[in-house]
Design a binder for this molecule. Structure first.
Ligand SMILES: [Zn+2]
Length: 297
């Protein structure tokens, strides 16, 4: 137990060390994960200061894959991306019940999802802290991309849908964002958040080597139960939860690589298939989940 430390989610005293993980992607530095004894929330303890965090994103893995690059793994990646973009668009339209509304994509990166929505007739705005990625997104997807600091200047009740695909876990203070999201949504609007699930079968199997801990880039490590607490705190209810089925393959291959396994890709694929089959019986053990949130009132 660290003296004076309280849980960032429920404010209870007494979070203690849960795991020590390595940043395999960039720095090879170690970071501790702490867990709250009260609500079970897991968070990265003592992460780098926000102004210093940029250097931990300095990896080609965080830059978009080149469409023209060859190689078997890249080919699979591009195919998987195509499937996921179509699936995400379908999820937005099915769950909002509209097509061609207004959408804000927070953490739009290089703009592949934003571009897909624009092509489908949506009015799209992106938010992206990385200038290079944001410039690429506006150039190829033809969307407006704003810096996160501009979010508070957007007029209220402006969007039918706000999406965050694997973004919230990166924020130093996601609570501020969730209140902004509430302000920006039109009445009856929908917020969609995809997050890694740290009680998934793959997370339990790989322990400290689970690639989706992704310290120190991931700061908040949610489970369905802790995300529910987070959402309700901000005045949202979770209407629906669905798995993101392909993430487990990518995460398992990367976790095998972290473990320095022989043939990490093959091993990861086989294990991911087992985790996928098992999670068919228990949705809340999927590697990644998509939450559909609507405001309480
Ligand atoms: Zn707690």
């Amino acid at each position: 137990m660290t003296k004076g430390l309280t849980c960032p989610l429920c404010s209870s005293a007494g979070p203690s060390r849960y795991l020590t993980c390595t940043d395999y992607l960039v720095s090879m530095e170690s970071f501790d994960l702490y867990k709250c004894p009260q609500c079970g929330f897991v968070f990265t303890h003592n992460p780098p200061a926000e102004e210093d965090s940029g250097r931990y994103y300095d990896s080609p893995e965080y830059i978009s894959h080149d469409d023209k690059a060859g190689g078997f793994v890249n080919m699979i990646y591009l195919q998987a991306r195509k499937i996921m973009l179509a699936r995400k668009k379908q999820l937005v339209e099915k769950n909002t019940g509209i097509s061609g509304g207004s959408i804000l994509d927070i953490g739009c990166g290089t703009g592949w999802f934003a571009g897909t929505m624009k092509k489908a007739g949506w009015k799209v705005t992106g938010i992206e802290p990385n200038g290079k990625a944001g410039d690429f997104a506006s150039a190829h997807a033809g969307i407006d991309v704003l810096h996160p600091s501009a979010i508070s200047e957007l007029p209220g009740e402006n969007f039918d849908c706000i999406t965050m695909w694997h973004v919230l876990e990166h924020f130093n203070n996601p609570v501020n964002y969730i209140f902004e999201i509430k302000r920006l949504l039109k009445p009856g609007g929908l917020c969609i958040a995809a997050l890694p699930n740290c009680i998934s079968y793959d997370a339990m199997h790989y322990g400290k080597d689970w690639a989706a801990w992704d310290v120190p880039r991931h700061l908040w490590h949610f489970t369905p139960a802790t995300f529910r607490i987070f959402a309700e705190k901000a005045g949202f209810i979770i209407r629906n939860t669905v798995p993101l089925p392909l993430d487990v393959f990518y995460i398992s291959a990367l976790s095998e690589k972290n473990r320095r396994s022989l043939m990490p890709f093959v091993k990861g694929m086989i294990k991911a298939l087992v985790f996928s089959l098992k999670s068919l019986c228990d949705k809340e053990k999927n590697s990644s989940l998509i939450y559909f949130l609507e405001t309480k009132d």
